[in-house]
Design a protein around this ligand. Structure first.
Ligand code: NAP
Length: 245
């Protein structure tokens, strides 16, 4: 049920962190993986045994979307899985937060996630099959602090995941999300380097420590596989128990 042999998967932001681990996880499950992002994918490609494609694309703009879809279709002839992982965060007090920091985060984390999903779904829906997995956040459920555009975007990702699931579940396309807890990546360097915040976060996690990117990959493989055929519109926390506390 978890075998992805010959499935074609797009993973955005696959050069590092959670996206890299997801690419390795999907590849290990048998998928052919298209690694999409603005930075070179050499490190990730070196970790893969299976077939892969590198697509250079800056996801801060919608301009890249047609090229991503056509490159993958030229390469593989089909798209079975889309993992919307690329994302950024900007930190400042809400009272000082700038329009630039609002727009930059919303464009990558929410707007282009939606329009890439739409472009890929235009290929999936006529085939009557496909899996879209969005990377959400604990801030899809909670408020957070000093990250207004990030919280807005990830709350939006949860809502869009449910909306797209409602529209497309009956046409064979499953849309779900994974909400990582506190995972050790570039995205969280600032928090991990702050001794007070680092200690507070670790003390609050029932599992006792930061998560690792590969711990997110397992949940994505599940949601991308036949095992999740009747799973639609879920935002699955993978958080060491953070939300349970
Ligand atoms: P990361 O190491 O900073 O990775 C973010 C990825 O997004 C990188 O591949 C990055 O590419 C890519 N990206 C950013 N801006 C881009 C752009 N304009 N065009 C194309 N790609 C772009 O962070 P991460 O922790 O692995 O984050 C992956 C996802 O998980 C994000 O959606 C994040 O919000 C989410 N998440 C992370 C955590 C956590 O604790 N780490 C928790 C909850 C949710 P570059 O390397 O080129 O910048």
């Amino acid at each position: 049920m978890f075998d992805l042999t010959d499935r074609v998967a797009i993973i955005t932001g696959a050069n590092t962190g959670i996206g890299q681990a997801i690419a390795v996880g999907l590849s290990d499950a048998g998928a052919r993986v298209a690694l999409v992002g603005r930075s070179p994918m050499n490190e990730t490609r070196g970790m893969l045994d299976g077939d892969s494609l590198e697509v250079t694309a800056d996801l801060s703009s919608m301009d890249a979307i047609p090229c991503i879809v056509s490159s993958v279709l030229d390469w593989a002839g089909q798209i079975d899985i889309l993992v919307n992982n690329a994302g950024i965060i900007r930190r400042a007090d809400a009272i000082d937060f700038t329009e630039e920091d609002w727009d930059a985060v919303m464009d990558i984390n929410l707007k282009n996630l939606f329009f890439l999903s739409q472009a890929v779904a235009r290929h999936m829906l006529p085939r009557g099959r496909g899996k879209i997995v969005n990377i959400a956040s604990l801030l899809s459920f909670q408020g957070g602090i000093r990250v207004p555009s990030y919280t807005a975007s990830k709350s939006g990702v949860a809502g869009l995941t449910r909306l797209l699931a409602c529209e497309w579940a009956g046409q064979g396309v499953n849309v779900n999300a994974v909400a990582p807890g506190y995972i050790a990546t570039n995205n969280t360097v600032a928090l991990r380097q702050d001794p007070v915040r680092n200690r507070a976060i670790r003390d609050r996690i029932p599992a006792g420590d930061w998560g690792r990117p590969e711990q997110i990959a397992g949940a994505v493989v599940f949601l991308a596989s036949d095992a999740a055929e009747y799973v639609n519109g879920v935002v699955l926390p993978v958080d060491g128990g953070w939300l349970a506390r």
